[in-house]
Design a protein around this ligand. Structure first.
Ligand SMILES: Nc1ncnc2c1ncn2[C@@H]1O[C@H](COP(=O)(O)OP(=O)(O)OP(=O)(O)O)[C@@H](O)[C@H]1O
Ligand SMILES: [Mg+2]
Length: 453
């Protein structure tokens, strides 16, 4: 391309030389004087310099300055020159290159934004390291897990940012081996203890060359908690089922071994077997109730419920037992009460569980009192007793499944430790709250229900 320019430059030198030669020749013939030769040569040089500047130097300067702007990232700049044909071609090529770059840059930016959006909306944490172990990418989940901003991560060694030796070792192992590394239960302490499943995969280039590693951090704290609860639940259920069964088997074997011959012993054993059988059936009933409530399979059949009626019925139901145990069972109910939106059957179950406990855990001569209070938004029912009370450390646990303050004693009374947990489920399914307080004077179990749906 530059051939033409070079030829033109040589041409101009030849032209200047020719002008000089012609003038010198004319001078030797005496046609012109020395001043004319000098002036002629001078003007010829000036004209040539002007032409070179206009057609060559100034367009090149312009091209250089726009190219510098482009290099600085301003790809919208465009070269507009009029000069030598070759320079026009050069300008056109640079403009074309800038246009192509602009197009590619748009595609790359869009792709980067898409990848960012995916990373930002992920529920799992992502950390990518380059082959030297420096952080090249983290997503917002990772920032919040470790409470460290992205700027502090990028370009730094992992350990400098998070100080979790175990996690760092996993990344180092993956980087060194370039093989996937998995840890199902990594504990992260900052800012609060949580369990993560960490899966690190190698990043390889097109030629299988080592580029780094990328780690995925999945929070499994809740899942592990549920798994633990489930296995505890299975262990508890098996235990609770086995206890009455062992007792039934024991008495049946004794009967078979000859006790059946003695009618008094046989009757005693059979009544124990009967009671244990009933307990087993109750337990299975309770378990089914609980599982249906948890499954939300048994939908609440909500209707306006007259709570006074529910409480009256419960008092009537427990009156004989209270009388037998010499316990004063009373209800302090308002004259008028708005209906509560709820499931009558389930709400009766809550009342039965609370009054049953109050009588069960109160010694003869004690008192059990049911009270109702209501405001514009909610109604609160409380069952207070003068019973044995609940130690403060047990109070937060009494609503857990199978939790009993005194296991042996409660089991002796036929309790399975499911009553309060069922009640809690029912009250919460109604959008309400249930709680307990207790001291030496006795315990108060209360629940509140919203009056509006
Ligand atoms: N009014 C109360 N006074 C003292 N302790 C209580 C009272 N109510 C509950 N508790 C304690 O809370 C525990 C759990 O109560 P919950 O009603 O869930 O089970 P339970 O009464 O043992 O068995 P059941 O499943 O038959 O109701 C009881 O074992 C008892 O230790
Ligand atoms: Mg109970």
């Amino acid at each position: 391309m530059l051939k033409g320019i070079r030829q033109r430059a040589i041409g101009s030198y030849v032209f200047l030389f020719s002008v000089f030669m012609v003038l010198t020749f004319l001078r030797s013939l005496g046609v012109v004087d020395l001043l004319t030769v000098l002036l002629g040569s001078f003007w010829a040089t000036v004209v040539m310099a002007w032409l070179t500047n206009r057609r060559l130097i100034s367009p090149v300067e312009q091209i250089t300055s726009v190219a510098q702007e482009m290099a600085g990232g301003f790809l919208d700049a465009e070269i507009r020159v009029k000069g030598e044909e070759e320079l026009d071609d050069l300008a056109w090529s640079i403009n074309y290159m800038a246009r192509e770059l602009r197009k590619n840059l748009t595609v790359i930016t869009e792709e980067r934004n898409r990848a960012r959006a995916i990373l930002n909306s992920m529920a799992d944490g992502v950390i990518a390291l380059d082959k030297d172990g420096r952080v090249i990418l983290v997503n917002p989940v990772v920032e919040s897990i470790f409470n460290v901003k992205e700027e502090e991560w990028i370009g730094n060694q992992l350990i400098k940012v998070i100080r979790n030796h175990e996690l760092e070792q996993l990344f180092i192992r993956a980087l060194n081996s370039m093989q996937p590394v998995l840890n199902n239960e990594l504990q992260v302490l900052t800012p609060e203890p949580r369990l993560f499943r960490v899966e690190i995969s190698p990043l390889k280039g097109n030629q299988e060359e080592k580029m780094g590693v990328v780690g995925l951090l999945t929070d499994v704290t809740e899942r592990r908690k549920l798994e633990r609860m489930r296995s505890e639940f299975v262990a508890n259920v098996s235990h609770e089922l086995r206890t009455p069964l062992t007792s039934i088997n024991g008495f049946v074997e004794t009967l078979l071994d000859g006790a059946v011959e003695d009618p008094a012993t046989a009757k005693n054993f059979l009544s124990i077997i009967n009671a244990e059988g009933k307990r087993l059936a109750n337990l299975i009933d309770d378990l089914l109730k609980l599982s249906r409530l948890e499954d939300r399979r048994s939908k609440l059949n909500k209707q306006p419920v007259d709570l006074t009626e529910v409480i009256d019925n419960t008092v009537k139901m427990f009156a004989p037992r209270a009388w037998e145990k010499n316990i004063e069972l009373t209800g302090e109910l308002p004259q008028e009460m708005p209906p509560v939106p709820g499931d009558q059957g389930f709400l009766s179950q809550v009342m039965i569980n609370l009054v049953d406990n109050a009588i069960k855990y109160t010694l003869p001569g004690g008192k059990v009192k049911i009270k109702v209070n209501f405001s514009r938004d909610e109604v609160t029912v409380s069952v207070a007793d003068t019973g044995i009370g609940i130690p403060p450390e047990s109070l937060p646990r009494v609503f857990e499944r199978f939790y009993r303050v005194d296991k042996a004693r409660s089991r002796e009374m036929g309790g399975t430790g499911l009553g309060l947990s069922i009640s809690k489920h029912i009250v919460e399914a109604h959008g309400g709250k249930i709680w307990a307080t207790s001291d030496e004077a006795g315990s108060i179990f209360s629940f509140s229900l919203p009056l509006q749906e």
